[in-house]
Design a protein around this ligand. Structure first.
Ligand code: AMP
Length: 112
């Protein structure tokens, strides 16, 4: 198996702007932001898509990390996960999108 794009980012083979990192997770700025603030929270343990994670503690730590990263930069925010190609997923290494920074009232509607 060749490494995923995000494994290569974690290994610093591909440059990115890292906003958070610990032993198990990394958060980077999205290269093509869809909001004024757009981060990706990525587990270092590879899974293809979030529904491959069956361990509740592992799932909980991922979401807690996403919330911690979001709260470090934003008062209000949106967390999004695209699951599978039909769900809009393009990078097949589990990640949570953190989106925010819109002016109050101007956040696009869900799916907009
Ligand atoms: P998804 O469609 O949920 O798989 O999201 C993948 C995200 O990765 C997209 O929002 C891309 O803009 C983002 N992305 C792709 N390549 C890079 C990269 N080299 N550095 C940072 N973000 C990236």
């Amino acid at each position: 198996m060749s490494p995923t794009l995000f494994e290569r980012i974690i290994a610093r083979e591909i440059p990115s702007t890292v906003v958070y990192e610990d032993d198990d997770y990394i958060a980077i700025k999205d290269i093509a932001p869809k909001a004024p603030v757009h981060l990706l929270v990525i587990p270092k343990k590879v899974s293809t898509r979030i529904d491959e994670i069956s361990d509740a503690a592992e799932m909980g730590r991922l979401w807690l990390t996403a919330v911690k990263v979001a709260q470090s930069q934003l008062a209000d925010y949106r967390l999004v996960v695209n699951v599978g190609a039909g769900g809009g997923q393009e990078v097949f290494h589990t990640h949570i999108h953190v989106l925010g920074g819109w002016d109050t009232g101007s956040a696009v509607g869900f799916g907009g």
